[in-house]
Design a protein around this ligand. Structure first.
Ligand code: NAG
Ligand code: NAG
Ligand code: NAG
Length: 389
């Protein structure tokens, strides 16, 4: 498993653990507030705030009006400065390329997450040692590429009950400034990004120093793209985020970082605008039989292929609809790979019990999405009752 997967898994576990700890150790009063404070997108803020302050003075990420549910324990994640010298890590640390990073995480079964490439280096620069009550991680001869999120967590809450007053996670973003590499080096000279009409787009030109000034530029015509903090915003740990995609943002974009008289250009991002799905759904409908015997059961299935997570509403029109006896309808959606694309196949099936003369006729399915509605029909015949029956 790579580090990204670990990070995601870690966040899930953290959420679980946090929930468990809450249930077990504390009054349920604060649950709602705490949940509401958790950032979106699976990113977990460190449970203890950082800062170069003595441990007992650490500010808590908690509403001040609320009585503290537990005493501020010693921080989970520490930076080792030298023998016996530790520093609580801040939300971000600015170090230099060439430095050695040493972090210590309190806990028994500690897991770490760090930039993925550290794991598969020919001459490993990453060392992790586990001890009884903590784990230590070392990155020697750090490079600009090591800039990123470092976090640790321990599993102690899962098998035994949580220990009082102890937070179980630590996280920090570490910059390794390199005057020659203002941007975190990437393998690609350019990167193709899809600008989806319905979701934000990240241009991940991440810098190695939080002091770098970063601007966004268009290649043709050459111009600086205004960053207003609303349509486009900048986050020093992530890059530029285009919140509302517009066709006018498409094209070749890049970032420029400048620091101490050095100016560098990032990877180029080819932004392709995709207004997708851009048309109303095109359902297909199919009956399990086009002609049925009286008394036989049949079903009619309506299928829509579309973008994953698109929400679709199906409505049916069928014979004897006004007479009540609503048929049973079942809906489901599955993801399918089709020509290298992942698509959602959404289905609605109408079950008709015991066909009779009155159930003969047109079965029409209508599918509705944000983009519009589409409908289609199929005819089901009920055969005459066999002579003599
Ligand atoms: C770190 O850098 C020093 C000095 O350049 C070198 O001697 C050492 O081998 C490097 N260590 C690793 C693990 O790359
Ligand atoms: C942001 O986008 C909206 C519409 O997409 C536009 O009307 C507005 O002028 C933009 N704001 C800035 C500051 O560019
Ligand atoms: C519809 O009916 C046919 C024939 O009875 C059956 O094979 C099929 O599984 C049914 N489809 C669904 C979606 O239940």
């Amino acid at each position: 498993m790579n580090a990204k997967a670990w990070a995601v898994l870690g966040c899930c576990l953290l959420l679980l653990i946090a929930a468990e700890c809450h249930k077990k150790g504390k009054p349920p009063k604060s649950t709602g507030k705490k949940a509401a404070k958790e950032p979106r997108g699976g990113e977990l803020k460190p449970l203890q705030a950082a800062g170069r302050l003595p441990a007992q003075a650490l500010p808590r990420h908690q509403p001040t009006a609320q009585p503290p549910v537990k005493a501020a324990g010693p921080p989970v994640l520490l930076r080792v400065l030298g023998p016996g010298r530790f520093q609580a890590v801040a939300e971000a640390l600015a170090l230099r390329a060439g430095d050695t990073l040493e972090l210590r995480c309190r806990g028994r079964a500690v897991r770490w997450s760090h930039p993925a490439h550290l794991e598969d280096e020919e001459r490993p620069r990453l060392r992790i040692k586990h001890f009884e009550k903590y784990s230590q991680m070392q990155v020697v001869n750090a490079t600009a590429a090591d800039t990123g999120q470092y976090s640790c967590w321990s599993f102690q809450c899962l098998d035994t009950r949580c220990q009082d007053g102890e937070d179980r996670t630590g996280k920090t973003f570490i910059f390794f400034a390199d005057p020659q590499e203002l941007f975190i080096p990437t393998e690609n000279y350019y990167e193709v990004l899809q600008l989806r009409a319905n979701r934000p787009t990240l241009l991940p030109c991440q810098v190695t120093s939080p002091l770098a000034r970063v601007t966004l530029h268009r290649e043709f015509p050459p111009e600086e793209v205004p960053v207003d903090g609303v349509n486009i915003s900048y986050d020093v740990q992530r890059g530029f985020m285009i919140h509302r995609s517009q066709p006018s943002y498409a094209g070749s974009l890049f970032c420029i970082a400048s620091l101490d008289g050095v100016r560098q250009i990032s990877t180029k991002y080819m932004l392709i605008y995709i207004n997708y799905p851009s048309s109303p759904p095109k359902p297909t409908v199919r009956a399990s039989a086009t002609a049925v015997q009286p008394g036989e059961s049949f079903n009619v299935t309506c299928t829509v292929l579309g973008e994953p997570e698109a929400s679709i509403t199906f409505t049916w029109a069928y014979p004897r609809q006004q007479l009540g006896r609503p048929p049973y309808v079942r809906e489901r959606a599955a993801l399918r790979r089709q020509g290298g694309q992942v698509r959602q196949e959404a289905e609605s099936t109408l079950y008709v019990d015991e066909a009779r003369a009155g159930t003969q006729g047109l079965y029409t399915c209508q599918a509705q999405t944000l983009e519009g509605a589409g409908s289609t029909s199929t005819r089901v015949r009920v055969l005459p009752a066999p002579a003599g029956a």
